[in-house]
Design a protein around this ligand. Sequence first.
Ligand code: ATP
Length: 447
Amino acid sequence: MDDLVSLCKRRGFIFQSNEIYGGLQGLYDYGPLGVELKNNLKQAWWKSIIYDRDDVEGLDASILTGREVLKHSGHEDTFSDPLVDCRSCKNRFRSDQSADGKCPACGSDDLTEPRPFNLMFKTTVGPVDDGSNYAYLRPETAQQIFTNFKNVLDSTNKSIPFGVAQIGKAFRNEVTPGKFIFRVREFEQMELEFFVEPGQDEEWHKYWVESRYNWWIEQGIDKDRIQKLEVDKSDLSHYSKATVDIMYDFPHGLEELEGIANRTDFDLGSHTKNQEEYSISSSVMKNTKSTTKLGIQNLETKKWFIPYVIEPSAGVDRGVLALLNEAYREENVGENNTRIVLGLKPHLSPIKAAVIPLKRNNEELVNAAKEIKNDLQKLGLGRVILENSGNIGKSYRRHDEIGTPICITVDFETLENKTITIRDRDTMEQKRLDPQELNKFYEKIFD
Ligand code: ATP
């Protein structure tokens, strides 16, 4: 983990938030390369969940969420962690962090009884702060998908089974944030709510577990470091009938990367008007003030029903950490010489290609390099940069370390016959290419 944290800071992937004022715990900022990596991961998810299918629509809903929504979702009452105080050293921790009934910081057994600590951040809405006008920063992106269920259904031609997907920030006032970006208080989720007919939910649950597991492997996660874990009934969230967690072997241990839950009709049932008209699960939250029915009519039987929902919910930040961990390697290249390589899959690499003029002060070389950069950039496959630091060796090392798949060097031969040198990140092999071959060669990297 230390190597990763240091690389992230040195090269501009991830910084501690509010650092110049001593830092704020559980918050991180993504730097110039981090934002590219994160965007690439989100794009890959969006593509596989929406563009590559025809049964899912996208949404971008508000972060501030009204109290009624989170009351009927069950979060106001149940979204809490059991908090324990140590009377000796005043440390606060989640009760599951102490297996032996002792404080994990000082070892004292003078501890308070666990008490529920709600993880949601509250804030005032509007100019009057009298304690009643409050809303929450959403603790998951899912709820506004449920409240928009009818809007999406009415404005598209979807019929069941279909899904609504969203990527966005979520906030949890974690008792003990830590392990770098693994557990933070502000993070991003990539969530899909996939609505199905009751009775078909278990089949669809299995389908999404397999699909999501395979997707992570396609992004570059090694099969040996990822596994599926059926969550014990006693550990299920209040809305879940069954959950399978995709666990990844993070640098600090095996932990959840994504959860795939069968949320049944709990959420749509809880938020629907005239609940008594439906046969819904007994566990849904009753007496909603919702103005809208969130059901679907079966066109043959004319009966209305509340769909069940399968929810694959992945953390963007945990995804970034897992992918960085997979990609990081140190290689021996000669005596006392190592190179750090970030072997990211090209579609995830923050920089797709670096174009390097051999001499930084030579206008002709720099202009030729600029032209190549602009041409490649137009292909729209991600960020291409002009690397004009004047030291080829150092530029190669820098781009190995940030995961750039190829470097393109422009030298004096380029000025004569337009050929360029391509250097491969993984093999370090260099070859000369004719200019007309470049676009094809470049596009093939992303096949
Ligand atoms: P954990 O048990 O690790 O706290 P969770 O079961 O509460 O996670 P979910 O509610 O299932 O998490 O949220 C879905 C996903 O959101 C998780 O799989 C994870 O990737 C991400 N996530 C949840 N909490 C955090 C957090 N505090 N920091 C970063 N990512 C998070």
